[in-house]
Design a protein around this ligand. Structure first.
Ligand SMILES: [Zn+2]
Length: 142
């Protein structure tokens, strides 16, 4: 949102025409051939803000590396997403030219799931590793 304004799009145009904005990042999928379940470290759980008591039903996966995945432990990619919904309140904040961090924190209060949170869900589903999501979202604002 703020990037659009930064590159010269008028705030009122962004606010009046955008319904939602989506950020996407690609993460590597754990190799289906050599991937196996493992127990994540406390640091990995903490970095992804996963409550250890929520991991009972989750299967954390990691690839050992095989010929199929060029010894990387990953094969293929998929997206993690963050959807910023522009509702009336957000629209007003944009007109009022509040900072991007204020926009972000308001969107978070309204339930926006961040890239890292979406990644954490996909880690819990065994699609990718904690390490991969942490790497892909390094430097993101919480
Ligand atoms: Zn493999």
């Amino acid at each position: 949102m703020t990037r659009l304004i930064d590159i010269g799009v008028k705030p009122f145009l962004v606010a009046s025409s955008a319904r939602a904005l989506m950020a996407q990042r690609l993460v590597r999928r754990v190799c289906r051939r050599c991937g196996s379940s493992y127990v994540p470290t406390e640091a990995e759980l903490r970095a992804l803000n996963i409550d250890p008591s929520n991991t009972a039903k989750a299967t954390f996966m990691k690839g050992k590396g095989c010929n199929e995945c060029n010894k990387t432990g990953y094969r293929g990619r998929f997206g993690i997403f963050e959807v910023f919904v522009v509702d009336d309140e957000i629209r007003k904040l944009i007109y009022d030219k509040v900072s991007s961090s204020e926009l972000r924190s308001r969107a978070r209060e309204m339930g926006m799931r961040t890239l890292r949170e979406d990644g954490a869900r996909k880690v819990l589903a065994g699609l990718t590793s904690p390490e991969e999501v942490i790497r892909a979202t390094l430097g993101d604002l919480e």
